[in-house]
Design a protein around this ligand. Structure first.
Ligand SMILES: [Zn+2]
Length: 452
């Protein structure tokens, strides 16, 4: 099959005689068929007549699940993966900020292809993709054919505790608000969405947070930021505002169903109450939180309070992985270690799929396999080692290493087929990225030697 036919607008597929996990309770249905047309799951059933011009996919050796939503993801930090292992994360971030100017926008784009590819291969079909700049992200998701909600996260408060040369850039809040609106108007589409956000409550002013949130309301999209990431962060917000981060967001009217907050490792009972009442969402990133030593998100308590909790891989610099699936495994183990309580694996599967879709406002479109929803689905090969003996495939996906997506379909188009990216030349992406990494490392070492 040529690239043109793979990416053709109106491809139709009939996945025949397969096993599918259908609906919000992931009911396992054997011997079923899925008809995909105009980007959507048109029909699910044991008897579907093949329409004209349909491509048949023999589904006997596969099971089909909804694709995963990685609800907090920094694609361009791929370039700093494992650069500085053995030094503190704080120091790693200082170096990342100090060397940001030596990364060209094209370098960030090229490295982003690699991190998105890594997520795709592990079954991710949608990314909430953050960065202080996001223009380079749009071509990545468009060319790969991958769903994303891109969020520009800006700072407008200077980190006075840092030396000038390692401080992250700060901007004028109104300038960034205007820029975000322009980006939305020029780039927002169904597949590659432009949402709004700020970096966090520590380094983003109320003016910036409220301005971005009002744009989310104006354009009927969602808002995203980091919050309550460890004791130092909470203490610094308390010093500036007199409140803890979620209390502060509550007091300025910045908690509602459009808002998702990443990390959230330090929360009081009353803050969890504000989250539940407002409908705000929590994106838990357990492996990054462990790496950075900021504590464990109280997932059990949040779920009990009725808060929507989903998962994010955060960044390659503090996780080393872009595979959100591994976050479900990590939070399961962390909770069982801390509480002697086993979180139900179907709840984990919801956190990987429909809960992530809810956090970015796409739960009516993606996150489950249902007729009428977008066809963002993954075919897993039953004969791959993680799925043998295969007594419970959903548990295998979460708890087994080496899980690989055989086929990934996004918006009804094939993006990965037989483990290979088909929307772009995968080999070229990886070779280009290697070239950039080499150049960047030389410039990085030189900069650190002369400036830090
Ligand atoms: Zn982050």
């Amino acid at each position: 099959m040529g690239l043109e036919s793979v990416m053709a607008e109106n491809c139709k597929y009939l996945i025949r005689n397969t096993t599918a996990y259908v609906g919000s309770d992931f009911e396992k249905i054997k011997g079923t068929n899925l008809l995909i047309e105009n980007g959507r799951i048109k029909k699910i059933g044991s008897k579907i007549r093949a329409p004209k011009d349909v491509e048949i996919i023999d589904g006997r050796d596969f099971f089909v699940t909804p694709g995963f939503v990685n609800a907090h993801f920094h694609p361009n930090q791929q370039i700093n993966r494992a650069l500085g292992v053995g030094i503190s994360h704080d120091k790693q971030m200082d170096l990342l900020h100090a060397t940001d100017k030596i990364k060209k926008s094209k370098d960030k784009e090229t490295m982003s292809y690699v991190s998105v590819l890594e997520g795709l291969r592990a079954g991710t079909t949608c990314f909430q993709s953050v960065g202080s700049e996001i223009d380079y992200q749009f071509p990545v998701y468009h060319k790969m054919g991958v769903r994303a909600a891109c969020v520009m996260i800006s700072k407008d408060i200077i980190a006075n505790n840092k030396k000038k040369e390692v401080r992250a850039q700060v901007w004028d809040p109104q300038e960034r608000i205007d820029m975000a609106e322009k980006q939305h108007k020029e780039n927002h589409s169904d597949l590659v969405r432009v949402h709004f956000g700020a970096v966090n409550v520590r380094y983003s002013s109320d003016e910036l947070i409220k301005g971005m949130l009002s744009l989310a309301e104006k354009y009927d999209v969602h808002f995203h930021m980091h919050a309550a990431e460890g004791d130092e962060y909470v203490a610094s917000v308390r010093e500036r505002t007199g409140s803890s981060p979620v209390e502060h967001l509550h007091s300025i009217g910045a908690l509602n169903r459009r808002v998702s907050l990443a990390h959230m490792t330090k929360l009081t009972d009353s803050e969890m109450g504000y989250l539940a009442k407002s409908g705000a969402h929590v994106v838990n990133c357990p492996r990054a939180n462990a790496y950075v030593k900021v504590g464990l998100c109280p997932v059990k308590e949040l779920l009990e309070a009725g808060v929507n909790v989903c998962l994010g891989s955060d960044a390659a610099i503090n996780n080393n992985s872009n595979d959100v699936r591994g976050e479900a495994h990590a939070i399961h183990d962390a909770i069982s270690f801390k509480h002697d309580y086993l979180i139900d694996y179907k709840t984990l599967f919801s956190m990987l799929t429909i809960n992530g879709a809810k956090a970015i406002g796409l739960d009516k479109e993606i996150g489950t396999i249902e007729e009428g929803k977008r066809a963002d689905i993954v075919l897993w090969d039953k004969n791959d080692t993680p799925f043998v003996p295969g007594f419970d495939y959903l548990a295998d996906i979460i708890f087994t290493d080496g899980v690989r997506a055989h086929t990934v379909m996004i918006d009804g188009k094939l993006v990965v087929k037989e483990y290979r990216l088909v929307s772009m030349d995968e080999r070229k992406i990886l070779q280009d990225a290697r070239g950039i990494a080499k150049r960047y490392k030389r410039a990085f070492d030189d900069y650190v030697a002369h400036h830090i």
